[in-house]
Ligand binder design. Structure first.
Ligand code: PBG
Length: 327
């Protein structure tokens, strides 16, 4: 028999470009993307990061040019990470709180040049810490509450420098509440908080730690970052961060944790962000360099999967290339 009576033929909704465009469930536009940028002190510096092809550490002047070219592509949201010289690192991450350090100065300049963009910060001790940990280290342990004081001060100087979104990436207990209280006390009611809510102790941060030279000097981050085996626990983190005043909840990394993105999206009214991390970027770039994958198709498919799982925003090193590709 050559023809069956099938009442349901889902292929009918795929029969032309126009129909496929009409029934598409998920969109991915530049407005959903947040582009991470790595800042170094000085001028005219552009140092490539070997494990992240196409991504550089930039001084402020070069970064301003970079942001300008992104804005031309419609990309308006950026998260800034400082790569700090070892000689400036200490136990208490004091450089992170120092007035007019190069990170805060750059933020001020960038917001002056581009007042309409959204600039997000990183709140954690590790970029400034001689221990390479996100918290205050005492006898080989992380002191949670002592860390909160430092994080709160860091958030306040960042808000004062003009950051629109404060991004605590440290996974200390109670940090969202502590930061919200400190910001409000100083009158920064409009500074948003994007909490790294479900941040896993992941091997996929490797290239990022190379970029910032921020790997822990001893041990690992398992007493504060989450166990990759857990998803229900992320709901507990989410309800705490929500109650403490977070404006966005982040899941990080993205690809191995699409289920967590999905569950958080269903459980909270807050927008979910997902961090498509350095290792995820490196994997795809490496396969593409070998000719083992069709990069121009695989890259948007990856980003789309994160949106489909329920992420509103995606922090991704692919942001600029994606923005250029849909021009
Ligand atoms: C640390 C921080 C990390 C990343 C962002 N902030 C690494 C870590 O927790 O060690 C990773 C981002 C990436 O891999 O792209 N505060």
């Amino acid at each position: 028999m050559s023809s069956y009576q099938l009442p349901q033929r889902p292929r009918r909704n795929r029969k032309s470009v126009a129909i496929r465009d009409m029934v598409r469930e998920t969109t991915l536009g530049v407005q959903h993307l947040i582009y991470p940028l790595f800042l170094v002190d000085g001028s005219n510096k552009k140092n490539p990061i070997l494990s992240m092809p196409g991504i550089d550490r930039m001084s402020q002047d070069i970064m301003i040019q970079e942001i300008e070219s992104c804005v031309e592509l419609g990309l308006n949201t950026f998260v800034l990470f400082p790569a700090v010289e070892d000689s400036l690192k200490d136990r208490s991450a004091s450089y992170g709180l120092k007035e007019n350090n190069f990170y805060l100065t750059a933020a001020k300049e960038i917001k002056k040049r581009f007042p309409e963009i959204v600039l997000m910060s990183d709140v954690a001790m590790d970029p400034y810490s001689s221990d390479g940990h996100d918290g205050w280290v005492e006898n080989g342990q992380i002191n949670n509450d002592k860390t909160l004081d430092i994080l709160s001060k860091m958030a306040v100087v960042q808000a004062a420098a003009g950051f629109d979104i404060i991004g605590p990436s440290d996974m200390m207990d109670g940090r969202v509440g502590a930061i919200r209280t400190a910001l409000d006390k100083e009158g920064f009611h409009d500074a948003s908080i994007m909490s790294y809510c479900a941040k896993y102790a992941s091997a996929y941060y490797g290239p990022f730690r190379d970029a910032l030279d921020s790997a822990p000097k001893f041990g690992d981050k398992k007493t504060y970052q989450m166990d990759p085996a857990n998803a229900t626990e992320a709901l507990r983190e989410a309800s705490l961060d929500e109650a403490e005043g977070a404006d966005f909840l982040m899941v990080k990394p993205a690809l191995c944790y699409l289920d967590v993105i999905h569950r958080l999206h269903q459980a909270t009214p807050l927008p979910i962000a997902a961090y498509n991390v350095s290792g995820e970027y490196a994997m795809l770039k490496a396969a593409a360099a070998q000719g083992w994958i069709q990069y121009d198709k695989a890259m948007p498919e990856m980003l789309l999967s994160i949106r489909r799982a329920g992420a509103t925003a995606i922090l991704t090193y692919f942001a600029k290339e994606y923005a250029a590709s849909i021009r």
